[in-house]
Structures are given as structure tokens and as C-alpha cells.
Design a protein around this ligand. Structure first.
Ligand code: CO
Length: 135
């Protein structure tokens, strides 16, 4: 198995506080973590749902990846993130399988995790993130 489980679903939002209120009051999801992730140009909030998370993403500027996504598509589902124990190995496996990588090498993501994104043109239109949590 390449991926252990779904780590989180990324959701692009244009109003972080409104989104937290929506998920909190309607779905009862608790805010677990909040962080400015400079490497992704976002203010991110993790909401608890079972062992996984919903990751709310509000862009720090219009010219970031999420900012451009919002301008083009509006708020909504942004990416799916799969968890792995060994991101270097996993990246090598998917590269060898012909998947186009956005990140040739992992970068630091939320909560000190190591992350890498795969290009949606080779994943059926789904922006895909691989996450190796801090051990
Ligand atoms: Co993510």
C-alpha cells in the first residue's frame, strides 16, 4: 500500500471565520489547529473529523495558488491529501509510474509535516497531496 489513509481534504475558502462557523455550528467539527503556512501562501485551519481532517485554506494573497484557484473556480474542494510513512519513497514510486510532480522534493507543510503535490493533469483532475506527518 502506497498510502496509509486519507489525511485531510483541502477546502478553499474566501472567508475563514465564516467557514469555521459553518463547519462548527452545522457539522459540529472542532477547530484543532491554526497556522500560517508560508510555503503554501495560506492561513490554514484543521477541523477534526474522526482520524482525519478538513483543512480550510484562505489565501494570504491573490497571486498564491489558492488565491488563483478562488478567482477562477470560487470556494470549494481544493485537494485530497493521502498519508504516507515515507514521502521520499512514495514520491519516487509515483514519479516512476509517470505521475507529474508539482514538488520534485518535499516541502514543509502544516504542523511540521513533509508534503508534496502531484499535478492534477496526471491524476484525473484531482490536485493530490502526499503527507508524511512528523513522527
Ligand atoms: Co493539504
Amino acid at each position: 500500500m502506497l498510502f496509509g489513509r486519507i489525511d485531510h481534504i483541502g477546502v478553499a475558502v474566501d472567508d475563514l471565520e465564516a467557514a469555521i462557523e459553518l463547519y462548527g455550528s452545522r457539522f459540529g467539527m472542532r477547530e484543532q489547529h491554526r497556522e500560517t503556512v508560508e510555503s503554501q501562501g495560506v492561513e490554514a485551519v484543521l477541523l477534526e473529523v474522526g482520524d482525519g481532517h478538513v483543512e480550510l485554506l484562505q489565501p494570504l494573497a491573490d497571486d498564491t495558488a489558492v488565491g488563483k484557484f478562488l478567482a477562477k473556480r470560487g470556494p470549494g474542494l481544493h485537494h485530497v491529501a493521502y498519508q504516507t510513512d515515507d514521502i521520499d519513497r512514495t514520491l519516487g514510486v509515483v514519479r516512476d509510474a509517470g505521475i507529474d510532480l508539482i514538488d520534485e522534493t518535499p516541502r514543509i507543510g502544516i504542523r511540521g509535516s513533509r508534503v508534496a503535490f502531484l499535478h492534477p493533469r496526471s491524476t484525473g483532475g484531482v490536485l493530490t497531496e502526499i503527507v508524511e506527518p512528523v513522527h
